[in-house]
Design a protein around this ligand. Structure first.
Ligand SMILES: Nc1ncnc2c1ncn2[C@@H]1O[C@H](COP(=O)(O)OP(=O)(O)O)[C@@H](O)[C@H]1O
Ligand SMILES: [Mg+2]
Length: 349
C-alpha cells in the first residue's frame, strides 16, 4: 500500500466562546490517497467545514486545534504561514459553496485564473492565459476564449461553479477540497458540476475531498465515504461497503431519507427524527443515542463512547450494537423502513 497523500489523525477543534467551549471536531481520522475521491457526509453542523478549514489553517484564533494533519510527510498544523500559502492553491486547493467568495466580481474571470497560476508558478502571462482558456474548456464552458474575458455576473450559477473548478485545478494541485460546492444550484446542474469535478480529477489524477450533507450525491462520485455526526466520524469505508453493508444507525437513517433509484416507489422517505445536538454540551456515550431507535442502556449507548470497530477490512463504524443490528438486517434500507412501521416507538422526535 502506498502512503496516503493526506492523513488526519485524531483531529480535535474546539472554539472558545462566551458560553463555553464548542467541541466542533472530536477525534477525526481521515486518509486520502492520490487520485482518490473521499466524500465526507453529515447533516449541517456536524463539523465538516471546520475539519476542512483546519487542514489549511483557515480557522479563527478562537479555535484550539489538536491532532496531526500530515500532508506528504509534513505536519500542516505546525508549518509556518509562508509554507501554508504555498500549499494553499498550489498543492491543495479549495472550492466553496459560494463561488462569489472566491471569484472577485470586479476582475475578469480569466485574469483571476491567470493571477492564481502566476502566484504559484513562474510562467509568462500569455502562457498562463492559454492555460486559463484550456481549463475553462476542460470544465465544459462553451466558447472559453471569449468567456475568459467576462466578469462573474455574466456567468450563470452553474458556470461560476465550473469556473471555480477551473481555477482550483489550474495549478495542478494534488488535492482539491470541495465544501458543498453545488448546494446553491438546482439538482440537475448540481449533478453536472460534480461530474465535471470528479471526472476531471480522475483524468488528472487529482485527489478530491468532497464535503456534502447529501449522501445521495456520493454514490456515483466517490470512492470512499466518511460519515460525520456531532464532530466525529461514525462510519467510514468504500462507497459499496457503506451503502450495502451499512454499519451505523445514523448512516442507515441518512440512506432511508434518500429517494430510491431502484424503483421501490412504495418505500416512504424517512427523515431522521430530532435534531443534531449542540456542540456546547454533546450527549454522553454515543452522540447519536438521543435520536437512535436502537439505543439501549444495557449496550452502553447512553454512557460509553462506542469504539471504532472493523466491519470488514477498510470498513469501520462506531456503534455498540452494530454487530447485532447488521446480523438482524436492521440497518439495510428495507430493515430501516420495516422497523419504523406504525406502532413502533421512535426515539427523539
Ligand atoms: N467560529 C466558530 N465559533 C464557534 N463555533 C463554531 C465556529 N465555526 C463553527 N462552529 C460550530 O462548529 C460546529 C461545526 O460547524 P461546521 O463545521 O460549520 O458544520 P458543517 O460544515 O458540518 O455544517 C457547529 O456547531 C458550529 O456552530
Ligand atoms: Mg459546512
Amino acid at each position: 500500500m502506498t502512503d496516503p497523500l493526506l492523513e488526519v489523525v485524531d483531529l480535535g477543534v474546539s472554539f472558545r466562546t462566551d458560553d463555553g467551549p464548542v467541541q466542533a471536531v472530536r477525534g477525526v481520522n481521515l486518509s486520502v490517497e492520490a487520485g482518490q475521491v473521499l466524500a465526507v457526509v453529515g447533516e449541517s453542523g456536524s463539523g465538516k467545514s471546520v475539519t476542512a478549514m483546519s487542514l489549511l489553517q483557515l480557522l479563527p484564533p478562537t479555535a484550539e486545534i489538536t491532532g496531526r494533519v500530515t500532508w506528504q510527510g509534513e505536519d500542516l498544523l505546525t508549518v509556518p504561514p509562508s509554507r501554508i500559502r504555498q500549499v494553499r492553491g498550489g498543492e491543495i486547493s479549495m472550492i466553496f459553496q459560494d463561488p462569489l467568495t472566491a471569484l472577485n466580481p470586479v476582475y475578469r474571470v480569466g485574469d483571476q485564473i491567470v493571477e492564481m497560476i502566476q502566484a504559484h508558478e513562474k510562467v509568462s502571462r500569455a502562457d498562463a492565459r492559454r492555460r486559463a482558456v484550456e481549463m475553462l474548456d476542460m470544465v465544459g464552458i462553451p466558447q472559453p476564449d471569449r468567456r475568459v474575458d467576462q466578469y462573474t455576473h455574466e456567468f450563470s450559477g452553474g458556470m461560476r461553479q465550473r469556473a471555480m473548478i477551473a481555477m482550483a485545478l489550474a495549478c495542478n494541485p494534488k488535492l482539491v477540497i470541495a465544501d458543498e460546492p453545488t448546494t446553491a444550484l438546482d439538482v440537475t446542474v448540481q449533478a453536472q458540476v460534480l461530474e465535471v469535478l470528479t471526472d476531471l480529477a480522475h483524468r488528472l489524477g487529482t485527489a478530491v475531498v468532497l464535503i456534502t450533507h447529501d449522501l445521495g450525491v456520493v454514490a456515483g462520485m466517490a470512492d470512499q465515504v466518511s460519515v460525520m455526526y456531532a464532530g466525529r466520524i461514525v462510519e467510514s469505508g468504500s462507497v459499496d461497503h457503506v451503502f450495502d453493508a451499512t454499519g451505523h444507525p445514523y448512516t442507515a437513517g441518512l440512506l432511508a431519507s434518500l429517494p430510491r433509484l431502484d424503483g421501490d416507489v412504495d418505500q416512504p422517505l424517512l427523515p431522521i427524527p430530532g435534531q443534531p445536538p449542540s456542540m456546547l454540551s454533546p450527549p454522553a456515550g454515543c452522540s447519536f443515542h438521543p435520536r437512535c431507535r436502537w439505543a439501549s442502556e444495557a449496550a452502553g449507548c447512553f454512557s460509553v463512547l462506542p469504539p471504532v470497530s472493523d466491519r470488514s477490512p477498510g470498513h469501520s463504524s462506531s456503534c455498540h450494537r452494530a454487530r447485532e443490528l447488521v446480523e438482524a438486517g436492521l440497518l439495510d434500507r428495507d430493515g430501516v423502513g420495516a422497523a419504523s412501521a406504525p406502532g413502533h416507538a421512535e426515539a427523539g422526535s
